[in-house]
Design a protein around this ligand. Structure first.
Ligand code: GAR
Length: 220
């Protein structure tokens, strides 16, 4: 197979999205591989998942740095050292600065547990419930200078059910995150993702699987 795209995965937490990517990369036909996993928090479960899979890990604790730029400078150095071509934020709970954006222009992607542009920021499952939204979901997007504002690559729609809590909704969304994040990486690695301003084109196009979701149902 031709060269696989080298990923640098940044995580802060349990790392279930990292695990989904590790699992897909184990398939030799998958066009990407994880070169390094970096956590900003020494207790991140993601570090243990990476070690188990034999992937090089780095812990770069943001608390050891005077500011965001200094922290990002250390991230860039570690990513460059690992020859990373695409930076994958997987539950990485730090705001990225210009230092990272300039080092990896249009080469940083993020997954967010809501249907952007609705509900950027934090505690977004609770926000969707409190708002009374019938649907939420998840979004993989390129990272730009804003918070959860970059061009959208792929989304999955998830219904909100009566009686949902932030935890039940988060679990339903997470299941879809584990499908769309590896898919976004695959499309980028295959060179099928073209970005023009906010518009992301998949070439050749991959049509959506269904026409519409309706909640509540039209029928019962
Ligand atoms: C995921 O739901 C991800 O979308 C979210 O954190 C969770 C991490 O789970 N990310 C954000 O909220 C980013 N602002 P994981 O560690 O099990 O992959």
């Amino acid at each position: 197979m031709t060269q696989r795209l080298r990923l640098g995965v940044l995580a802060s937490g349990g790392g279930t999205n990292l695990q989904a990517i590790i699992d897909r990369c184990q398939d030799h036909d998958f066009p990407a591989e994880i070169a390094v996993v970096i956590a900003n928090n020494p207790d991140a479960g993601a570090l243990e998942r990476a070690r188990q899979a034999g992937i090089p890990v780095r812990c770069i604790n943001h608390r050891a740095f005077a500011g965001r730029e200094a922290f990002d400078t250390a991230l860039v150095a570690a990513l460059r050292e690992a020859d990373v071509q695409l930076v994958v934020l997987a539950g990485f709970m730090r705001i990225i600065t210009r230092v990272m954006l300039d080092a990896f222009p249009q080469r940083i992607i993020n997954i967010h547990p809501a249907l952007l542009p609705a509900f950027p920021g934090l505690h977004v499952q609770q926000q969707a419930i409190d708002y009374g939204a019938r649907f939420s979901g998840c979004t993989v997007h390129f990272v730009d200078g804003g918070v959860d504002t970059g061009p959208i690559i792929i989304q999955a729609v998830v219904p909100v059910f009566p009686g949902d809590t932030a935890d039940t909704l988060a679990a339903r969304i997470l299941e879809q995150e584990h499908k769309i994040y590896p898919r976004a990486i695959q499309l980028i690695a295959q060179g099928r993702v073209l970005v023009e301003g906010r518009a992301v084109t998949i070439d050749p196009p991959a049509t959506p699987e269904i026409a519409a979701f309706i909640n509540p149902s039209l029928h019962n």
